[in-house]
Design a protein around this ligand. Structure first.
Ligand SMILES: *Cc1c(COP(=O)(O)O)cnc(C)c1O
Length: 495
């Protein structure tokens, strides 16, 4: 059989191994890595349904990380998915209000980013060993709020690595910011930028593309890599939980083998839902992928019209981790629906860079029939938290609520009764003031931790360790810079 390698979405002739793709993050030509073909699941779903999360993770990831040995990969999986998670199952599946909520927030930093970022450092260290890399790896990360802390927690004190996180000052929740700026660890650096997430992400991409900077750092024994969802070391672990959700429902007798599921995913950078798409291409029976946006609904418009247009106002919403107008991972889907045409993809991405928009061809649009786009306003989001709570007592976070609203709307409009899994991407505690406001109209206090206590009372859930831990933690990082100062900040930290 042909050996699976990785190629760039902007130059299909380029070939690297999986471990090199993990190490590099982004391809040198600015493209994103994709496997040369999408492998098919080679173990029957019935058989997978008898396995635990780690077992399923191995069966899925081995198909993509082809130059990792069985021992290496199993070691990475065992080191990642352990007691760091507050539930033995690693994820939970909760039925409420007519859908299954796939809770992906049981890791250390209580957002779904932990699903991939608990394993990425292990994949990267293993890759460095395999490729005889002796340079220190510097992880550069832009965050819309959740990736930052999850990456910090993953790379904290990992020998041979340093991590720098840029977040939009004023564009993340109180708990998100507090989680990041209290991060200990001599190898960590957290910086606020005066701009939004797109500015941070573009700034980081520019640092990656800066050949002089690369050379200078290389002379000093450093090399950059990325913990953002452009790294296939994040994409691949995210495929696992879609397969796991399916086989879990199968083992519980909620579905029969071969039945199709819908997945609804609250979407920003398009990483999470792209993983679901790939799971479908691997043979997981999927009906619709429902892509849920907040008021930054660039993806909703794209699925409707075939035009991607970021020329619009950037809105700060109550689901800040989805406040994104340049969804990086969409490039991978564009490349695939263009028939793996690197020239076409490159042309569209250049249009995006230069004019802020591009339009796909009707043939490409026809290949998007698995996707349905929807969006929720700020008010829809809060109402959806409230309704689910009133009906069932179950409390969801604002991002999950965007998906919950969009799914309800889809079901009403289409009458589609296919069983549906909603990706629940963060613990409600991470967005306490807004969540609490949605379920408790009398809420008075301005003290964020008093609100946390109240949320615990009302939801009858225990306050997660991730929140308890930052109540009194000292602030370790307080730097705020202009976007133009990002490069200097990196150099300062690496002095
Ligand atoms: C990152 C994030 C999202 C968006 O996921 P993408 O992979 O960027 O589409 C949604 N919800 C939460 C809570 C997140 O942290």
């Amino acid at each position: 059989m042909e050996e699976l390698m990785y190629k760039s979405t902007r130059d299909s002739s380029l070939r690297v191994t999986a471990s090199k793709a993990v190490l590099q993050g982004l391809s040198e030509d600015g493209g994103l890595f994709l496997p040369t073909f999408i492998p098919k699941l080679d173990v029957p779903l019935k058989e997978l349904s008898a396995m635990d999360y780690r077992g399923v993770a191995y069966e899925v990831m081995k198909l993509f990380l082809t130059d990792y040995t069985e021992d290496e990969l199993k070691h990475c999986i065992a080191s990642a998915y352990d007691e760091k998670f507050d539930t033995e199952g690693i994820v939970e599946l909760v039925y409420a209000g007519g859908a299954y909520y796939l809770e992906l927030f049981h890791g250390k930093t209580i957002a779904f980013k932990d699903m991939a970022l608990s394993i990425l450092p292990h994949l990267m260290i293993t890759a460095a060993k395999k490729n005889d890399i002796e340079d220190e790896i510097v992880i550069l990360t832009a965050t819309s709020g959740d990736t930052g802390k999850a990456a910090l927690a993953g790379f904290d004190s990992v020998p041979g690595t340093k991590i720098i996180v840029f977040y939009p000052k004023g564009g993340v929740s109180f708990i998100q910011e507090r989680q990041m700026v209290t991060q200990p660890g001599a190898n960590t650096c957290v910086i606020g930028i005066k701009g939004n997430f797109d500015d941070a992400q573009t700034g980081v991409k520019n640092l990656f593309a800066n050949k002089e900077l690369k050379k200078e750092l290389s002379e000093r024994g450093y090399r950059f890599s990325s913990a953002n969802s452009i790294n296939i070391g994040r994409l691949v672990p995210q495929i696992v939980y879609y397969v796991y959700a399916y086989v879990k429902l199968l083992s519980e007798g909620k579905i029969a083998e071969g039945d199709k599921l819908n997945f609804t995913v609250p979407t920003g950078n398009f990483g999470n839902i792209l993983a679901a798409y790939i799971a479908g291409e691997m043979g997981l029976p999927i009906n619709k992928l429902i892509c849920a946006s907040n008021e930054n609904k660039v993806l909703y418009d794209f699925f409707k019209t075939g035009v991607y247009d970021r020329n619009r106002d950037f809105k700060l919403t109550n689901s800040p981790s989805m406040d994104i107008l340049i969804s990086s991972n969409l490039e991978r889907l564009i490349y695939l629906i263009a028939g793996e045409d690197d020239v076409k993809n490159k042309e569209l991405m250049e249009n995006l860079k230069n004019e802020g928009r591009y339009e796909i061809t009707p043939e490409m649009k026809a290949k998007l029939d698995r996707f349905v786009g929807g969006f929720a306003t700020e008010n829809d989001t809060l109402k959806s938290i409230n309704r689910l709570y009133e009906d069932t007592g179950y409390v969801i976070d604002t991002h999950t609520a965007v998906a919950s609203f969009v799914y309800g709307d889809y079901k009403k409009k289409t009458g589609d009764l296919t069983k549906t899994v909603i990706a629940s991407t963060a613990s409600p505690y991470k967005f306490t003031p807004n969540v609490l406001r949605a379920i408790d109209h009398d809420v008075q206090s301005d003290d964020p931790f008093a609100l946390v206590d109240r949320l615990s009372e009302m939801s009858r859930t225990k306050i997660p360790a991730a929140v308890e831990e930052i109540r009194n933690a000292p602030i370790k990082h307080d730097k705020v810079i202009e976007i133009s100062e990002m490069q200097q900040a990196v150099l300062d930290f690496l002095k």
